[in-house]
Design a protein around this ligand. Structure first.
Ligand code: GDP
Ligand code: MG
Length: 161
């Protein structure tokens, strides 16, 4: 039996400490939605999860752990996703973990955007041959919310087309 989908799944990917949890907090807290976090010593070990309604549609948003040993969680969470956000720490640049994530996304048909985060401490554009020139790169500061909502809207537009 074909099941009716109950909402849209967005996954936030990126290296450890790039700002994924802060991004999901920013997206959901402003709407006072509850977030479930599974952390150890302040870092995500399994996932962060929250859901919210945008324009009458339910969105399930997951943030993944960045450490390599949790790659299996990225794979589980990346099943059946409708859109993705890759959060890159602009002060660190594109890491090996980010390269793997970008390569996976580029070989899929999943719409995604890149947040070049921590613009407050490292302003400017990311330069990397690993970034597909067709993919929108949005400068963000997750701690203040700068660029976050705008970036989500750009992703939602891509997902509609
Ligand atoms: N200065 C600055 N710090 C940030 C920003 N976003 C996240 N952080 C900090 O970076 C650290 C890691 O953030 P977190 O969201 O836990 O990263 P995650 O491992 O990707 O989930 C925390 O101390 C955050 O407060 C940002 O835009 N600017
Ligand atoms: Mg986290």
């Amino acid at each position: 039996m074909v099941q009716k989908k109950k909402g849209t799944k967005i996954v936030i990917l990126g290296s450890a400490d790039s700002g994924k949890t802060t991004t999901i907090e920013n997206l959901l807290n402003r709407k006072k939605e509850k977030i479930t976090k599974i952390e150890c010593k302040g870092t995500t070990v399994a996932l962060d999860y929250g859901n919210t309604i945008i324009n009458g549609q339910r969105f399930h948003i997951f943030a993944t752990p960045g450490q390599e040993r949790f790659q299996f969680m990225r794979e589980i969470l990346s099943n059946g996703l409708d859109g993705a956000i890759v959060v890159i720490d602009n002060s660190e640049g594109v890491t090996n973990t980010d390269i793997k994530i970008l390569e996976n996304l580029n070989s899929s048909n999943v719409p995604y955007v890149i947040f070049s985060n921590k613009q407050d401490i490292s302003p400017g554009k990311i330069e990397s041959t690993h970034i597909n020139p067709d993919i929108p790169v949005i400068p963000t500061t997750a701690t203040t919310g700068e660029g976050i909502q705008e970036g989500l809207n750009i992703l939602l537009d891509l997902m509609e087309n």
